[in-house]
Design a protein around this ligand. Structure first.
Ligand code: SF4
Length: 83
């Protein structure tokens, strides 16, 4: 599954790291590291993390591998997690 986190929106609340620790890891107080290609087995936990994110920074299956952007929610913003 593909995951993107809008790191401009992310405020480091760490809800995602608590709910899906195999995918999201806090690095220091505010930096978030995550696996953009998380294992399918993590889907339920990632969905919980996305729902719990206070700023809706987590997008699931919103980015395809070809670089094109497709979102289910037209108002969603997609920003690459790579920095
Ligand atoms: S829950 Fe949202 S705001 Fe908090 S660290 Fe995760 S992505 Fe960032």
């Amino acid at each position: 599954m593909r995951i993107a986190v809008d790191l401009n929106r992310c405020q480091g609340y760490a809800q995602c790291a608590f709910l899906a620790p195999d995918v999201f890891v806090m690095h220091g107080d505010e930096a978030l590291l995550y696996d953009p290609d998380a294992d399918e087995a993590q889907r339920a936990k990632v969905a919980q993390a996305a729902a719990a994110c206070p700023v809706q920074a987590i997008l699931v299956d919103a980015v395809d591998t070809g670089g094109a952007v497709a979102t289910a929610d037209a108002s969603a913003e997609v920003v690459s997690g790579a920095r």
